[in-house]
Design a protein around this ligand. Structure first.
Ligand code: PRX
Length: 647
């Protein structure tokens, strides 16, 4: 089919022409000469100073566009101020209670400048860290952009996390200032965010100031000389703050994510490389046109909110929807109603969200006109074919391609996905298709040898890419050890994958001790640590169990301290305890009291055994289970463990 024939087709049919050869051509040429490829993309952004070198690669540390000077807020806002784009709507915001606000790029620019000046006046400056604990309101992206304008590194803590999780992150980042609100609305209730911040600040010493946005209009404590209302902080501030000309690898943000130990990892992203990568991938994957209405409902507390709610869409000059509340509040048709109301054309959601809404049937989405949709996306976990089909048939009305995007907090942006912009390949439900241009992905065995098609192995990335994180904050040793030692020279994301006979990649879940609950990463050890913090618990082992909606749910086996007896009351108390330590996403689904835990001779918990018992599966090949123990010993241990669970 010729180009002119193609362009005469309705948009969505155009997507379904298999233009894989074009997509693959671009992918191959990018890999042949990655530095030229990435530098051509970086040139589409505005730099105060050009770079001297595209990539300074000292394995495993990459510096992109060294010598270049750039600013994130300048690229997201100032670039548009000389054109009509400044009057385009950047955000259409809807509160949970139906409140509505819109902000043009110009209005966003104005508010960002005032708030940047407010931050300066409160004494924060380039190189400092600040922390966010905020609901999904427009002031959240405003404040983030303001921080980037003056070169302050920010860290967002999801507002569902507990005071102790917030305190740990503030302590690790040594944040000088916290931005929060009195409260936030969630499912009709008010989350008292400021109270939680106060509790966290009792366990920290680095914070000098707290800026509090009035959102819920509730009674809160304001500590003298420390706490400042947002509306007071912006009084008498300047209309324009010169954006800092930052080195390309200036730290843009730290985002904490779970790993295989109890201590969360501070993933540190730079500026020039990250922005280039997020800019490119937003274009390739979402193909946002001038009249599109784009909606990624991810909370800014997750990396998806950073890359594809804030930076990516703003770098494309897009109009985005922002929603404050829960997707099923006041009822499970809220999202469909909003897609209809705002004529959303591109929608980027999660498999868990899709499954949760799917269980309410087809009638709810069918009550609304979803015809404005032209492209759908998913992120965070593998999508099962049934959910894919429902999303495709019922939400997309069989005309919207679905981009299944695989990536991580560490990768900064989407790594594997189909690309409507470059030419859409035929889609297979459940496959993220292929690596994007410039991404050298492979699947290898334990020794690092490439697997044949059809064989399960470990996903690796063999070349640096501009979106990759700089390191783990304050812990470059852990960075090296977790990501670069298993397969020397390759980045190891910790996921299993398989390639089918057409070369498509299928992601098969985590290969390490990390759970993926509703698209959120949680370390088993983090949950175990939270359990043993409770006085009644002596030891705990945690495993994931397949869950129809959330992908995985949390199962805990706990040994009680002497003097405590198993009871339903204690079970409820422990659930609430974990919830209050780690936040609602970490709430255990099931808690079993046991007399012993299966362990190796060296005292390590036999994770495969715990996992198999949690999901009611066969243990599999016990001979390859763990170090040192004989088959009989392991079998005996398993039997005892099972027995002890039944008791
Ligand atoms: O296991 C993969 C899964 O989510 C992990 C990354 O989690 P996080 O850093 O919290 O980022 C989530 C949002 C980017 C990965 O190691 N994952 C993410 N996307 C997919 C996925 N698994 C399968 N398919 C996906 N599309």
């Amino acid at each position: 089919m010729s180009d002119s024939e193609l362009s005469s087709l309705p948009f969505n049919e155009r997507y379904f022409q298999d233009s894989s050869s074009n997509y693959h051509k671009i992918r191959n040429s990018a890999l042949d000469n990655p530095e030229t490829f990435w530098s051509n993309i970086a040139k589409e952004l505005s730099w105060f100073r050009d770079w001297d070198e595209v990539l300074d690669w000292k394995l495993p540390f990459a510096k992109w566009f060294t010598g270049g000077k750039i600013n994130a807020s300048f690229n997201c806002l100032d670039r548009y101020m000389g054109s009509e784009l400044k009057n385009k709507i950047a955000y259409i915001w809807e509160g949970e209670n139906g409140d509505k606000r819109t902000l043009t790029y110009l209005q966003l620019f104005e508010q960002v400048n005032h708030f940047a000046d407010a931050l300066l006046k409160l004494g924060v400056k380039k190189g400092d860290r600040i922390a966010f604990y905020m609901p999904m309101v427009p002031e959240f992206p405003i404040a983030i952009l303001a921080a980037t304008r003056i070169g302050v590194t920010f860290t967002v803590v999801f507002s569902g996390f507990s005071a102790s999780a917030l305190a740990d992150r503030i302590n690790d980042s040594q944040a000088k200032l916290v931005i929060t609100s009195d409260g936030g609305f969630r499912r009709g209730k008010i989350l008292k965010l400021k109270d939680i911040v106060d509790e966290a600040l009792d366990k920290t010493s680095s914070v000098e100031k707290v800026i509090v946005l009035k959102r819920a209009d509730i009674e809160i404590n304001m500590t003298e000389n420390r706490d400042v209302w947002w509306h007071d902080s912006i009084k008498n501030t300047r209309d324009f703050v010169e954006p800092e000309q930052l080195e390309s690898d200036h730290p843009l943000y730290i985002l904490y994510t779970s790993g295989t130990t109890g201590k969360p990892k501070g993933v540190l992203h730079g500026t020039g490389g990250y922005l280039t990568y997020v800019y490119a991938t937003t274009k390739w994957v979402f193909d946002i046109q001038n009249d599109d209405i784009y909606w990624c409902p991810a909370d800014i507390g997750w990396v998806t909110g950073h890359s594809y709610f804030i930076f990516g869409p703003l770098l494309q000059g897009a109009t985005s929807i922002m929603y404050e509340g829960a997707p099923d509040y006041p009822n499970p048709e809220r999202l469909w109603e909003m897609i209809d109301k705002y004529k959303v054309s591109i929608f980027y959601f999660t498999p868990t969200g899709i499954r949760a809404l799917m269980k309410h049937g087809d009638e709810l989405p069918k009550k609304h006109n979803l015809n404005s949709l032209r492209l759908l996306g998913t992120v965070g976990e593998p999508i099962n074919p049934a959910a894919w089909k429902w999303y495709y048939d019922v939400i997309g009305n069989k005309k919207c391609p679905i981009v299944d995007t695989w990536w991580q907090t560490e990768t900064g942006g989407i790594m594997l996905s189909a690309s409507p912009h470059l030419g859409l390949v035929s889609l297979k439900p459940g496959s993220a298709t292929f690596p994007l241009p410039g991404i050298d992905a492979d699947i290898v065995d334990e020794q690092g040898n490439s697997m044949k098609f059809g064989e399960k192995g470990f996903l690796v990335i063999k070349k640096p890419w501009p979106g990759m994180f700089l390191t783990l904050y304050n812990d470059s040793e852990r960075y090296k050890q977790v990501y670069w030692e298993k397969f020397p020279g390759y980045y190891y994301p910790g996921d299993y994958a398989i390639r089918d006979h057409d070369g498509y990649f299928w992601l098969l879940g985590r290969a390490d001790e990390v759970l993926n609950v509703a698209g959120h990463r949680l370390g088993t050890i983090e949950i175990e640590d939270a359990m043993v913090e409770h006085a009644a618990v002596a030891e705990a082992a945690v495993a994931g169990k397949p869950d129809e909606i959330k992908g995985e749910s949390i199962v805990v086996f706990a040994i009680l301290q002497k003097g405590n007896n198993p009871s339903t009351k204690l079970r409820v108390e422990l659930r609430n305890h974990v919830r209050s330590v780690l936040g609602p996403v970490a709430t255990p689904e099931e808690i079993y009291f046991v007399n012993m835990l299966p362990k190796t001779r060296s005292g390590k918990i036999m994770r495969r055994v715990v996992k198999a018992v949690a999901s009611g599966k066969d243990i599999g090949d016990v001979t390859t289970l763990e170090d040192g123990a004989s088959v009989d010993e392991i079998k005996r241990t398993i039997d005892e463990f099972r027995q002890s669970v039944e008791d």
